[in-house]
Design a protein around this ligand. Structure first.
Ligand code: NCD
Length: 329
């Protein structure tokens, strides 16, 4: 059956269907090819304005959206709260409306509070603006473009010519570390369970609460299993995703010490011996070297997909901007 893309905002992966994932994977695959050419720019979003509204620090995501928009020939505006009128008392919604008045077509929003991108999207719809909103990470809720670039990185490793969701059926993926505070883990849980993968979450009980056992997309028949020891999660795993300990979000005392955390849950070469022989390691960054992962391991291209994730992030964000931008033409 022919599938037509009609999603106007990218806010969360919780309600995505398999055809949407496949549309993004296929489109990203063509853009990765474009990015390998000498001339890396296409005119797809010429005349459209993409505005980055990042209320929280970011290196990769912000630059990746910026480069993706530039490669599609859009005009890009960058907002930083520190040097803005927010310091003069302007509300977030008024900031968004200011950029709307400048002709913004797509707003990319990161905020420390869950729900802010949704609220702005609702207001944009209520005002009939036609503006699309991208969630670039909201509190502990979701980070959909990161979930999609992780999915693209894994599936295009399994089939570089034709990355697609079904390649993950039956694969074992371990997500290790600070699941509690991680919007990346939440978005990955939605996409990976939708693919039919077996997702194993591992970390200390304070960072992997039982509640997570109830998450996941039931349509893909994927499995979600929780572990408070790392070994059963790593056993025969095809992919290991490790996450940063988000100390800035830890209000209570959730960890004994970083040294002890590394001893019990750190990803090391020794521990990876438990996994499938072709195992690959992912990390969304930023990394606490030597805490969640051994420093030399993250730099080993035979095992680590970390740089690949960053490179693929541009192609995936180009795909998302393209699919949404096309709805406006
Ligand atoms: C993550 C984020 O900000 O959610 N990083 C990213 O976007 N690549 C993860 C983190 O902050 O640890």
């Amino acid at each position: 059956m022919e599938f037509t893309w009609n999603r106007h905002h990218i806010l969360a992966l919780s309600d995505w269907i398999s055809q949407e994932y496949d549309a993004v994977l296929q489109t990203a695959s063509s853009f990765r090819e474009v990015l390998s050419r000498r001339t890396k720019k296409v005119p797809a979003l010429q005349g459209q304005v993409v505005t980055n509204l990042f209320f929280e620090p970011s290196t990769r995501t912000r630059s990746s959206f910026e480069l993706a928009a530039k490669r599609l020939s859009a005009d890009i505006l960058n907002f930083s709260p520190g040097s803005s009128s927010l310091t003069k008392g302007e509300t977030i919604l008024d900031t968004a409306k200011t950029y709307l008045a400048m002709g913004t077509d797509i707003m990319v929003i990161r905020h420390q509070q869950a729900g802010v991108p949704n609220a702005i999207a609702q207001e944009m719809d209520r005002l009939n603006t036609g503006v699309s909103v991208f969630n670039a990470g909201d509190g502990q809720h979701e980070h959909p473009s990161q979930g999609l670039l992780d999915l693209f990185t894994i599936t295009s490793l399994l089939d570089p010519e034709n990355p697609r969701l079904e390649l993950l059926k039956g694969k074992k993926i371990a997500i290790v570390g600070d699941i509690l505070h991680s919007r990346v883990a939440r978005s990955n849980i939605w996409s990976l369970t939708a693919s039919g993968a077996e997702v194993h979450l591992a970390g200390p009980p304070t960072l992997v609460p039982k509640l997570f056992g109830e998450m996941g997309n039931s349509s893909g028949a994927g499995k979600l299993v929780l572990h408070w020891d790392i070994e059963p999660a790593l056993q025969d795993a095809d992919f290991v995703m490790t996450l940063r300990l988000q100390k800035e979000r830890m209000t209570a005392h959730l960890l004994p010490s970083l040294r002890e955390y590394h001893q019990r849950y750190g990803i090391t070469r020794d521990r990876l011996k438990l996994c499938h022989k072709d195992v690959k390691v992912l990390h969304p960054g930023p990394v606490n070297r030597g805490v969640e992962i051994d420093s030399d391991l993250m730099d080993d291209p035979a095992l680590s997909l970390i740089s690949e994730q960053v490179t693929n992030g541009v192609a995936v964000r180009m795909a998302l901007l393209y699919l949404i931008g096309n709805l406006k033409n």
